[in-house]
Design a protein around this ligand. Structure first.
Ligand SMILES: [Zn+2]
Length: 306
């Protein structure tokens, strides 16, 4: 029951597999980065409150610099990296009413399901970085206004010289298993009948396995043996800056006691039930859509790959 080729054969998860060369070396040369950001070479993405601007046909709408300059906050323009030899940038659109005819601002999750893998990954980077910069204009150490450096790879405080780097928040998401059953939970706010893998933020001074075991016990009362917990795959999740860390966690005590503050319900599902949920044929239970790592973990478990 551990066929790794099943893992390798599948498409990368949405937002993963970025094709960009992020240009770490280039970013160390501030004048070169400034030249790129101010020049007419390459392509720009414009985001409207985090949502992408799509073309009529569905792909990302890539602006030339002179096209986006009048619509966006170019002071906070970011260099994302090179794609097929061209530099790519992102900026927050401040005049959405003036977007080119035929373009469409599309909600992030909806866009993610429609974009190519390459474009979804580039968009994820733009979305997470723009959100971080929008919230980190002031130094957390001394309160002074900070400046963008390295094309957006960091910010620096001119008063106390502290450097601030874009943050990624690790989230463990785990399929707890008990032989031929897996544990799924649901929150009250979710669509009726939707079930998913349990998840939670990693806390300071905690390993991934420890976070996984703690969350399972806190949310559902089940106990997992830390030595048995295994990493499966990760997924960038730019809402706003998470990294989903997919794990599989065989449990040693399968007794479920739900914490009602965290979950509405949690219960064990048989492999046949999960197979039906994935196929959309279960009478009253469903899995999240294909962009979600929880769905991929369930697919792999049903197929015996994890
Ligand atoms: Zn400072």
């Amino acid at each position: 029951m551990n066929d790794r080729s099943l893992l390798a054969d599948r498409d990368p998860l949405v937002f993963a597999g970025s094709p960009l060369d992020r240009g770490e070396l280039l970013r160390r040369d501030e004048s070169r980065v400034a030249g790129l950001l101010g020049g007419n070479e390459g392509w720009w993405l414009g985001l409207v409150e985090g949502d992408p601007v799509l073309q009529g046909q569905g792909g990302l709408f890539w602006f030339r610099r002179d096209e986006i300059a009048a619509l966006a906050d170019m002071e906070c323009g970011l260099f994302l990296g090179h794609y097929r030899g061209s530099p790519c940038f992102a900026a927050a659109i401040t005049a959405p009413d003036s977007l080119p005819l035929g373009t469409q601002v599309t909600p992030a999750r909806q866009a993610a399901m429609a974009l190519s893998h390459d474009e979804a990954a580039i968009y994820a980077q733009a979305k997470a970085l723009l959100a971080w910069h929008a919230r980190h204009g002031f130094c957390a150490a001394c309160g002074s206004a900070t400046l963008i450096r390295s094309g957006g790879g960091r910010r620096q405080c001119p008063a106390c010289e502290t450097e601030h780097f874009p943050r990624v928040d690790p989230v463990v998401i785990m399929l707890a298993t008990d032989g031929d059953r897996c544990l799924l939970g649901r929150q009250e706010a979710w669509p009726e009948g939707m079930w998913s893998a349990l998840a939670g933020f990693v806390e300071p001074a905690e390993t991934l396995e420890e976070a996984c075991a703690r969350e399972l016990e806190e949310e559902a009362g089940v106990k997992a043996d830390i030595a048995q917990i295994r990493y499966v795959m990760g997924q960038p999740w730019p809402f706003p800056s998470s990294l989903m860390i997919g794990l599989v966690a065989p449990v040693s005590d399968a007794t479920v006691t739900v914490d009602p503050h965290e979950l509405e319900q949690a219960r064990w599902f048989s492999r046949d039930e999960v197979r039906a949920m994935l196929a959309g044929t279960h009478p009253d239970a469903a899995m999240p859509p294909s962009i979600a790592i929880a769905r991929r973990l369930s697919e792999l478990w049903v197929d015996g790959a994890i």
